[in-house]
Write a protein that binds this ligand. Structure first.
Ligand code: NDP
Length: 462
């Protein structure tokens, strides 16, 4: 018989929090979970899920154009932003209901409140001012978009939090950043007919991706009509006429747009959480410091997902939650394996990737074989669309292991998932070579690139 109110108390109803609460409750543990906003977290409510729905919405305009090459005449088309927002809202409400139902069915106590730490085993529920105790506490409160307080006029800008629910679809938008969110939203807004400009401080978007993917996507975005400004940053945002925004850049350009969106990374939600009171250590970014088993420095307090700033991805938070349950409640210590995480950028075309970029691999291995194919996808032959698919395998010549696989093209995210399994299993280039192709597909290129396009020895292309 435990002396605490709960065996496990979870703060935060996002991906990591809900998974840990549901699994523990399903094992018969007494579990409470507090969420101040909506269950589902960033991913379901204002991240991955609505984003993907909006990506689909934004693709129709190209589908309508492409149809002509296949004999179709598409009549007059019109896009209704409010209808999309309402349909999205209905879907995330459905998903939120499923999250709650899963918790409820498992026997967890759902508490609609903010919860803050007041000690190693004690939490205060702010809605009722009630104190509850728990043997273990999990902090899974996620993060929020960097507000960029240093930017004069930052309060006139939106972030991904607001972008999904704007009252009106802007006619023009300037998006600041060159990461996942900036790139995905630039493609979404452009596809929905918004005059879109992306401004990024680096030489080329997506700094942490393979060079070919970056160059290929940036070229494709520019070819579509997205304006991409590199090596420049916004220095000032002011309110202009008719509620528009007047933006000044460091290079001296002035842009007048309907909306400015900042997509400059995300920061952990650790403010006013009682971490200092409980003695929980955070790092210089404000993220909770944890060990391989998601343990903080305070016994009995754990942290999962974006609040720990390990890898800010939903599947990672879920995986960390499952490892936590396995370790703490099943007596089987497991730490999350963060190596070879496949990921996708839902740009148009998409990037799907797993493993090392060519640049990273060149730093790690003396002798690389790079297999690279660039081709026009079959659908583009009749549609007439000028677009390229790029596929790339990076192979360590020493042991023939494929250490990186990168795709720019339609459904690259779907492909990355399967490549992720192969690389995780330690696939070699010889395994690719003896795999029969699926014809006609784009992916067959991956198993028919028999000769290296080039080698990289001691960091130099030869
Ligand atoms: P990212 O870290 O991907 O990108 C942040 C961008 O902002 C980078 O281009 C960075 O430049 C730039 N930047 C940072 N600070 C400044 C500054 N002070 N001035 C100018 N530019 C700046 O973050 P996002 O916000 O795009 O996304 C947050 C996280 O969410 C991602 O890291 C990802 O893990 C996750 N996510 C995943 C998605 C997916 O899986 N498809 C989709 C959306 C988000 P630089 O590159 O030069 O550092």
């Amino acid at each position: 018989m435990t002396a605490f109110d709960y065996d496990l108390f979870v703060i935060g109803g996002g991906s990591g929090g809900v998974r840990s609460a549901r699994l523990a409750a399903g094992m018969g543990k007494k579990v409470g979970i507090a969420e101040e906003f909506r269950f589902g977290g960033t991913c379901v409510i204002r991240g991955c899920v609505p984003k993907k729905l909006y990506v689909y919405a934004s693709q129709f305009h190209e589908h309508f154009e492409d149809a002509a090459g296949f004999g179709w005449t598409v009549g007059e088309t019109r896009f209704d932003w409010k209808a999309l927002v309402a349909a999205k809202e209905a879907e995330i409400t459905r998903l939120e209901g499923l999250y709650r139902k899963g918790l409820d069915n498992a026997g967890a106590t759902i508490l609609q409140t903010r919860a803050v730490l007041v000690g190693p085993n004690t939490v205060r529920l702010t809605a009722t001012d009630e104190l509850v105790t728990a043997e273990r506490i999990v902090i899974a409160v996620g993060g929020h978009p960097t507000p960029h307080f240093d930017l004069p006029g930052h309060d006139l800008c939106i972030t991904s939090n607001e972008a999904f629910d704007l009252a009106e679809l802007p006619k023009s938008i300037l998006i600041s950043g060159g990461g996942y969110i900036a790139v995905e939203f630039a493609n979404i807004f452009h596809g929905l007919g918004v005059e879109t400009t992306l401004i990024y401080r680096g030489k080329q978007i997506l700094s942490r991706f393979d060079q070919d993917m970056r160059a290929g996507l940036q070229a494709a975005m520019i070819a579509k009509g997205i304006r991409v400004i590199c090596e420049d940053i916004i220095t000032h945002v002011a309110e202009g006429e008719g509620g528009r925004r007047t933006v000044t850049t460091k290079a001296g350009e002035t842009l007048v747009v309907d909306q400015v969106m900042l997509a400059l990374g995300r920061v952990p939600n650790t403010a006013r959480l009682g971490l200092e009171t409980a003695g929980v250590r955070t790092n210089e970014k404000g993220a909770i410091v944890v060990d391989d088993y998601s343990r903080t420095n305070v016994p009995g307090i754990f942290a999962l997902g974006d609040v720990t700033d390990r890898v800010q991805l939903t599947p990672v938070a879920i995986h960390e939650a499952m490892c936590f349950i396995e370790t703490e409640f099943r007596g089987n210590p497991v730490s999350p394996d963060l190596d070879l995480i496949a990921t996708a950028v839902f740009s148009q075309p998409e990037i799907g990737t797993v493993g090392l970029s060519e640049e990273e691999a060149a730093k790690k291995f003396d002798d690389l074989e790079v297999y690279r194919a660039e081709f026009r996808p079959m659908k583009a032959t009749l549609s007439g669309r000028q677009e390229k698919t790029i596929m790339k395998l990076i192979v360590n010549a020493g042991d023939r292991k494929v250490v990186g696989a990168h795709i720019l093209g339609h459904e690259a995210g779907e492909m990355a998932q399967l490549l992720g399994v192969s690389l995780k299993a330690g696939v070699t280039k010889d395994d690719f070579d003896r795999t029969m192709a699926v014809h006609p597909t784009a992916t067959e290129e991956l198993v028919t690139m028999y000769q290296p396009s080039y080698r990289v020895r001691s960091g130099q292309r030869v």
